[in-house]
Write a protein that binds this ligand. Structure first.
Ligand code: SF4
Length: 250
């Protein structure tokens, strides 16, 4: 794949102009089209296809951002997906120009398409990225493949790269009862996170079923219909395993 194809235009799924969930403050959130994972619980099922959707240039995005800039004093721009890194050339140009204007930049990713072979392109992007929200879906390779139809090796390598480069990172973990909420998996995830030195926060997010409607509207079977959403207590327990006495980056 040519990472620098379409350097100045992005294939956009949708835009949220008042985002308060994906990064600090109020943010302009760009959801990009395309994802290499096929998560069984995906709540954005309509982002998977890489077919052309809405095309926008870097300058058009920044111009759109400026229209609402008075909202974003403590926020900035977040690029999410789908999988944002599929369009790394576009994001790099966007973040480079955003930083020239002192705009805070945040990348929300599951890092499924990371490859060591393109490490220079990733380093170039990260040089202009203030914060990464990294979603780790399952620490166990086989279970990760069952859940997403892909390996987690690139995700873990990307996490280590972020640590080596000291990029501020928030880890996100969607808690799925009977799939990744077992203590043995949470402790393994914690062992992995203990090796990293750049983590600002670890967030356990409760799995929810809000995405089912999209699967049904697309005529697709939702395999996890039998899985219940976790209780608050389950989320708190997982949060404790992952964060108790954790050495967060200052
Ligand atoms: S990584 Fe995100 S967008 Fe892609 S399939 Fe998984 S949940 Fe959906």
């Amino acid at each position: 794949m040519n990472l620098y194809k379409n350097l100045f235009t992005g294939n956009i799924h949708s835009i949220e102009t008042f985002g308060t969930f994906d990064g600090p403050g109020v943010r302009y959130v760009l959801f990009l089209q395309g994802c290499p994972f096929q998560c069984q619980y995906c709540h954005n099922r309509d982002t998977w296809s890489t077919e052309e959707n809405k095309r926008m240039t870097v300058d058009e995005v920044l111009h759109d951002f400026e229209r609402y800039s008075h909202f974003y004093k403590n926020g900035g721009i977040t690029v999410s997906g789908g999988e944002a890194l599929l369009q790394i050339g576009f994001i790099t140009e966007l973040f480079k120009k955003a930083k020239e204007r002192n705009i805070h930049t945040c990348l929300d990713t599951s890092a499924g398409c990371y490859s060591d072979k393109q490490i220079e392109a990733y380093k170039n992007l990260l040089a202009h990225t203030d914060l990464v929200l990294l979603d780790i879906k399952h620490i166990d390779e086989d279970e990760h493949i069952k859940l997403t139809k892909s390996s987690n090796q690139n995700v873990l390598k990307f996490a280590k790269l972020l640590s080596d480069l000291k990029v501020e990172t928030v880890i996100r973990h969607v808690l799925l009862p009977t799939i990744n909420d077992q203590e043995i998996y949470l402790k393994r995830l914690r062992d992995f996170l203990d090796q990293l030195s750049n983590i600002k926060k670890i967030e356990v997010l409760a799995y929810h079923k809000k995405g089912i409607a999209k699967w049904k509207a697309m005529g697709l079977k939702y395999e996890l219909e039998h899985i219940e959403e976790p209780t608050d207590q389950m989320v708190k327990k997982a949060q404790m395993i992952l964060t108790n006495n954790y050495h967060f980056a200052k």
